[in-house]
Ligand binder design. Structure first.
Ligand code: TYD
Length: 136
């Protein structure tokens, strides 16, 4: 089975002297239909968020304001992505362990998700994730 990989997606940017505009169409700019949006904000200095994987959920993570980094592991290789532009999105497919770190002051992390919130889709223990990831 071929797994989707994590990648940065450059979103459309309508440059305008009155202020720039960026948009996303599910299934067009990102490889899934979104059914939920959530955002993370007011993160105190030094805090981390995330630290879990989804069995089936896919996400696009955008630093709408400020910056932060996303550490993504497929169970063997870990890659760190810097998010610092409103027109970049990090696509994270299912079965990737991801952790959000190094939030700048007043940063805003906006996430589009493929499904409704479902705790049973979460894998919250890294050891269990690694075992499942290796089983493929
Ligand atoms: P969670 O995804 O576990 O964030 P983190 O890994 O950074 O701690 O979400 C934290 C809590 O918020 C969790 O207990 C459930 C709730 N939550 C919802 O109710 N709906 C949502 O869409 C999300 C993302 C979280």
């Amino acid at each position: 089975m071929t797994r989707e990989t994590c990648r940065m997606i450059t979103l459309p940017k309508i440059a305008d002297p009155r202020g720039n505009l960026t948009f996303i169409e599910g299934g067009n700019h990102i490889p899934f239909q979104m059914s939920r949006a959530y955002w993370i904000y007011d993160v105190p200095g030094g805090e981390t968020r995330g630290g879990h994987a989804y069995r089936t959920g896919q996400e696009l993570i955008v630093a709408v304001s400020g910056s932060f980094e996303v550490e993504v592991s497929d169970g063997s290789v870990t890659t760190r992505y810097a998010l610092n532009r409103s027109y970049y999105g990090l696509y994270v497919p299912a079965m990737q362990w991801r952790e959000l770190v190094n939030f700048s002051t007043n940063s805003l992390c906006y996430v589009l998700a493929s499904g409704e919130y479902d705790e049973s889709d979460y894998i919250r223990d890294y050891g269990s994730f690694q075992k499942l990831a290796q089983e493929g």
